[in-house]
Design a protein around this ligand. Structure first.
Ligand code: AMP
Length: 190
């Protein structure tokens, strides 16, 4: 199986690039942000809980997120692999994912980390707010908090995969096609 963690700060282009990767490699796309938003739209219990964190730019608690992700993975029988987009976001989530995948007889193949500097992220998120309809993209204070949380809690997850020799850094600046090409190259080298 080809199991990819597509990593990067908010606005790095994870969603856009995931679309390209699933098309080329036939993978299942699991975006925890998308799943939370679908639950918010459906006003499920999980959606209401997630909204109270997402609206402030905070992380949804690990236990809730890990359980949700685990049940999503189990919905797919005999997949070619997964793209984990927006997960794991803490070291706790990363080790839970490792033990869970080991139990199911597979493992993460690689973490591809899109690197984009903060000033560019803010420009991209502001642009995205015009079309995404996401409340958390429209509020500069919430954006600043999401970037802060990324630096404090999520960026250290890179070390988790670095220690396993699975970390690959990808320059996230350039045209969408250029970045896709860099990702394809990194995957085809595995
Ligand atoms: P995203 O669409 O990946 O930008 O996620 C939007 C929001 O959903 C984040 O700001 C978090 O509040 C929440 N979220 C998404 N993925 C996770 C995760 N792995 N752990 C905790 N919260 C998450």
């Amino acid at each position: 199986m080809l199991n990819i963690v597509l990593f990067g700060p908010p606005g790095a282009g994870k969603g856009t690039q995931s679309e390209r990767l699933i098309e080329k490699y036939g993978l299942v796309h699991l975006s925890t942000g998308d799943i939370f938003r679908a639950n918010m739209k459906g006003e499920t219990e999980l959606g209401l809980l997630a909204k109270s964190y997402i609206d402030k730019g905070q992380l949804v608690p690990d236990e809730v997120t890990i359980n949700m992700l685990r049940s999503e993975v189990l919905k797919h029988h005999d997949p070619k692999g997964f793209i984990f987009d927006g997960f794991p976001r803490t070291n706790n989530q990363a080790s839970a994912l490792d033990s869970f995948l080991t139990e199911t007889g597979t493992e993460i193949s690689v973490m591809l980390a899109l690197e984009v500097e903060e000033s560019e992220l803010k420009v991209r998120l502001k642009k995205r707010a015009e079309v995404s309809g996401r409340a958390d993209d429209a509020n500069p204070e919430v954006i600043a908090n999401r970037i802060h949380v990324y630096n404090a809690e999520t960026a250290p997850v890179k070390d988790f995969y670095q220690e396993q020799g699975k970390f690959v850094s990808i320059d996230g600046i350039g045209s969408i096609d250029e970045i896709t090409h860099r990702l394809f190259e990194a995957i085809d080298k595995l």
